[in-house]
Design a protein around this ligand. Structure first.
Ligand SMILES: [Mn+2]
Length: 329
């Protein structure tokens, strides 16, 4: 492991360096980028944190502000060159939620399963509860001191991605948790994690509640307007909290397609990533993810191609998921 991390340092040293997260970054993505930036700094390597899309949750603003994170939107960076280096964190090149910026993606650190493979000079893709987990392990392995802000960010990232250590947790996540817990500032986490809901979010919850349909312990809910990814995920978590629901498919209607968030509370029986990949593929969309949580997209063109009108979209989606559940069980 030490040797592997040394390889990463050797690869990035001496280049103009960016650490890029997936678009519309979440706490784990931001924490991973921030943690890696400080890790590199310990070895005299400077880097800038960058993302595409936007940051639209108040909890994320609080996180960035309270932890002193410098994070720049890609639109504001006009001087990136093709031979500048990029390390991707919490996401991989060619993912639908990962903009291909001009720089060269030389390294990737991610905890998601690979959808489209890509060659990097350094690749650390391992299934874990969070990407923050992998970054923390770098500090532990290399004995790099960690600031309180970095520990707080990484702990928050780990907590959010694993839903407070109840989702997709590995042994490494537990080790990392106890390491971070001693170093982090708990009161900052409390401050960020309370009041994460915004008044406008209630509209999405209301629509999902209105439209929810439950069939054989699977909840389907359409939010008939455009919602940010993070909000669809929150609504999906909410639907999964119903006692009648063990698997749920939530989607939001956007101008060019439907954006999906899928959850499974019985990942051994119903693997969210596998079911999502197969179900969406069968109707012209794409997606994937972990056994407990997945995401995807279905272009409207795919539905309209077969002359299916809006009234039948929900039925088509339900049939697609339902038929791929029985195949993977
Ligand atoms: Mn993550």
């Amino acid at each position: 492991m030490k040797q592997q991390i040394q390889t990463l340092l050797d690869v990035v040293r001496g280049h103009k360096l960016y650490i890029q997260t997936h678009n519309f970054p979440d706490p784990d993505a931001i924490a991973s980028a921030f943690g890696l930036q400080y890790f590199f700094r310990h070895f005299g390597i400077e880097s800038s944190l960058i993302y595409d899309g936007s940051i639209d949750r108040s909890a994320l603003f609080k996180m960035i502000e309270l932890m002193g994170i410098e994070f720049t939107a890609a639109q504001q960076v006009s001087d990136m060159l093709e031979n500048d280096y990029i390390v991707t964190v919490d996401g991989q090149k060619y993912n639908t939620n990962f903009t291909d910026l001009p720089g060269d993606e030389v390294a990737c650190i991610d905890h998601h399963p690979t959808v489209i493979p890509c060659e990097y000079r350094y690749k650390d893709v391992r299934i874990a509860g969070s990407c923050s987990t992998l970054i923390t392990q770098y500090y532990m392995e290399m004995d790099v001191p960690m600031t309180t802000n970095v520990a707080t960010a990484l702990l928050y990232g780990l907590q959010v991605d694993t839903d407070n250590l109840t989702r997709g947790v590995t042994e490494l996540d537990i080790d990392v948790f106890s390491y971070l817990y001693k170093k982090a500032n708990q009161s900052i986490i409390t401050l960020i994690s309370t009041g994460t809901m915004e008044l406008t979010d209630l509209k999405a919850y209301g629509a999902a509640i209105e439209n929810i349909h439950i069939y054989k312990n699977t909840g389907y809910a359409c939010i008939p307007f455009d919602c940010p990814d993070a909000l669809i995920a929150m609504v999906s978590d909410f639907i999964l909290s119903l006692s009648e629901v063990t698997f749920c498919v939530t989607y939001s209607l956007r101008e060019n397609g439907l954006k999906f968030s899928i959850r499974s509370s019985i990942p051994n029986l119903m693997n969210a990533g596998v079911i999502t990949t197969n179900a969406l593929k069968s109707i012209g969309g794409s997606g994937g993810g972990h056994a407990t949580m997945a995401g995807g997209f279905l272009p409207i063109a795919a539905l309209e191609k077969d002359g299916i009108d809006r009234d039948h979209w929900d039925g088509i989606i339900e049939d697609a998921f339902q038929s791929h559940m029985t195949q993977t069980n």
